[in-house]
Design a protein around this ligand. Sequence first.
Ligand SMILES: Nc1ncnc2c1ncn2[C@@H]1O[C@H](COP(=O)(O)OP(=O)(O)OP(=O)(O)O)[C@@H](O)[C@H]1O
Length: 974
Amino acid sequence: MDNHTRSQVHLNKVGGQSLVFRCPLCQSRQNGRKQWAHHLATFKHNRTCKAAGVDPRNVEPEELAEVPRHTFCVTCNVHIQDIYWDRHIRNAKHLEKERFAEFKVVLDEAEKDKHGVVVIGDFDFGIVEVADAARGRTVGGTIKSGNPSSHVALVDIQLASIKGTNRGHSSFKVDVHGGRRAITTEPLNFGVTFRQGYIGRCQDRLEFLFEDKQLRTRFVIARQLEGIVGNKADHDRLRPTTPYVPRAKSARQPEIKVVEGVRPPSMKAVPYVVPLPRALIPATLATTLSTGTLANKITRIRNVFLPREFNTAGYDRHFKHLLWIEEHQMERDLEVYDMTNVRMTTYPPFYRLEVPGLAEKRPSVLVGDRILVQPKGAREGHWFEGGVHAVRKEEVSLRFDRSFRGWSRDQLYNVRFKLNRYPVRRQHQALDSAFAEERVLFPNRTHLPDGPYPKQANARLRVVNPLIGTNAPQLQAVISIVKQPPGSLPFIIFGPPGTGKTITMVEAIKQVLKNNPDAKILACAPSNSAADLIAMRLRDLSHDELFRFYAPSRAKDQVPHELLDYCHVRYDGHFSVPPMARMMRFRAVVTTCVSSSFVSGIGIPRGHYSHIFVDEAGQATEPEVFIAIKTMANPTTNVVLAGDPKQLGPIIRSRIACQLGLEISFIERLMKREPYGLKEGYGYSVVKLVKNFRSHSTILKYPNERFYDDELEQRGDPKVINGFLGSLYLPNKDFPIVFHGLCGKDDREASSPSFFNVDEVLQVKAYVQALRADRRFRTTDNDIGVIAPYNAQCRKIRTALRGVSDGVKVGSVEEFQGQERRVIIISTVRSSTEFVEYDLRHTLGFVASPRRFNVAITRAQSLLIIIGDPSVLSLDPLWRSFMNYIHNNNGWTGSPITWDPKAPVDEAGGYDKQIRQAAQVDMNSFTREMEALTLAGVDAMGEEEGNVDRVYGDELGHGHEGVTAHAMSMSDGG
Ligand SMILES: Nc1ncnc2c1ncn2[C@@H]1O[C@H](COP(=O)(O)OP(=O)(O)OP(=O)(O)O)[C@@H](O)[C@H]1O
């Protein structure tokens, strides 16, 4: 069918007639006189006139034939102005729908019994235990005709996955005796066997090709085959309990009156003396952000709101606006969680509200947050604020003002989640401060000291960590930091993963304290896990010297027990700060970047800390890093940053803020400045570390080549990095990387958009059990880390490991940045291409995210196991080359690959293009095959293939997995 006839199919004329004009100058079509008059007045038209040298008023339209005014598209269910009809049917959205509609028809048609022939049998194998599946399970089926004088013959039986030129793989096999044979009323028996030696699922299509001799036509009857290898009890425990229903985003009406709620006691746990600014988004900026295209918004923001130049004078204004832009987006992202017509229960004075998705941090709610509640039928715009006093698995406890009355079991409420503004207010507070020293904000060549940099020979340092003494660049970094005169430019410890940045920073902290009795340190990191790592390594300081500050809302069970003695816990169990005199005596205070504002908040004077250290500085936004610097630094304070811009950067939700630079971390910006060139700055302002002490050479090889120009040297301790060579799970005993191919299913449940993949959960569990049971290698829970890109998957893995290996750390890549484990198991989750676009949009997942990929694969010391669906991952060139690397080294197991791992990878292919092609091939191949099979008549379903531009529904545009700004926030008032 050609495009013309196809368009007829969708054309239902509705509505009356109208005049259509064509503009002789710009050839555009105008529907009716009014539109024509408007067109004449437009800028574009006037420009065309000017170019043609005519007066626009003298242009007469060409009158076109009368056409019907409206057309109704039966595929998309929309009315379209007739003049736009052509455009509509070329439109990707329409083609998408049309493709699906046609494809469905084709498949449905194929599955129907026809020409009197019926195929009987149930080919859904359900869940088969691993041992049974390895032996193979067979089910029977029959083919027969209902017509005693049938002229139909069975010509062929084949599996869609491996027929023709397809190199696919199938775990199914079909047994049928004899070749071509007549189909009569006598049943013809056949058997389908499902045999698979590994966890995961297999789907295929069994196609029976028949010939009707009387009608001289061939036709196909198809049956879907499906089998899952796994454990039924685990599947029952982990599968979605309620089907996923995307939440609909409704436009919020403005809040007119909000009655303040009662905040939890933790909000008063820290005795703040400096009030926080409100820092509300300026109305003009909010209006700009709500109207126009992305490009227009960016241009207007640049022209109207941002300073002309990004320099010391305009620094605060620049970042304050970027913060507001980001906040505006974060607030909008929360709208999707709004709930209507929900009930609450009460246990006075608290109210309990069930929040679907809470466990996956969708939405993320912390103690101290605010949730607005409105009784149904209340006055428009009037809300009660509920202070969040407790957060449980699926519900929160709220406390309202006394004027909140009228609760009953049946009363319905509307609910709005509000952004916790404390983190942004703290950043504004810091930006409002007077600190604006160029040597920190925009260091240049003049800030480099004269003379030679401090050399090791003259330094005479007695290192605390003997490892540092064995590596010249690390030692140099420590010496340079110790010897930097007060008021120097920021010092950067820069290096790829596992090169010892954190231990160098920790050694530098200890040496500064040792060599300068007056020195005091404020050490920060973007996440609690990275801050914990610093604090753990500083534990040789006494309890009077080291203080680890946690936000009062943090739960004690989230804190490593070794650090509890270094914290201050109030009588009511909340984290807090000790009395001021004691606080002032601590020589090192460790906290997250956002929480670092507490020091100025409780009244510790600027300049109290001689040094501010920030580890994993590439993961924080610049305003986050500057909370500590801007609130506490004075002209003598030195700043030290450690990080690697090739690892995870800050998570930014607003595309506008991203494009205006909020995504670039402070360390990344500094590294591009003159004094940080390795020639000029080595030893003065920067030291680069290139010896990797973490990983086995085979684990290091791929990221080293891809991200670090092969400059990393492998220097890991052989006792550690060779620890799993020869182990049972390695397909190649000398190559400690395993790619475990697994075809699973990515699921979601209820209203949480977070993904999980039960098949992969089971495989992770199987590996953990095997590792723990293997006496030869003696692996403890602490040796194993499991990384997954989605909160829901992390939660399911934790559930599966409960009672099996509770001590195994399971977390997102963000939580693993800076961490290492002897064994890392990565569950990639994705098993369908259609969700990858979703990941790309929401900066989730592993595909097309090189930084996340880099961090994930560089955490393992001696064994790296990746569980993933090769067919999906292979669409990303980075993943495909990585899988080829593993395959070519015989590290592959599980579901086999369907491509040639020796063939060069199309690096420029890019994920977008590849996924489009894959989706198209997937949808069209069956149609094409059917065309080829069909001689004539009933099965002529092949159609001209439209150029399907794959467009995915814009689902939930909110939230990030892993560590969000919210997850790192402190809800402790101020
Ligand atoms: N000089 C050294 N000799 C031997 N081992 C070292 C040395 N320096 C660091 N290590 C070890 O290397 C590993 C990685 O160190 P560290 O965590 O400090 O690296 P990093 O650069 O901060 O890593 P990431 O970039 O992943 O955060 C640790 O196990 C550490 O003990």
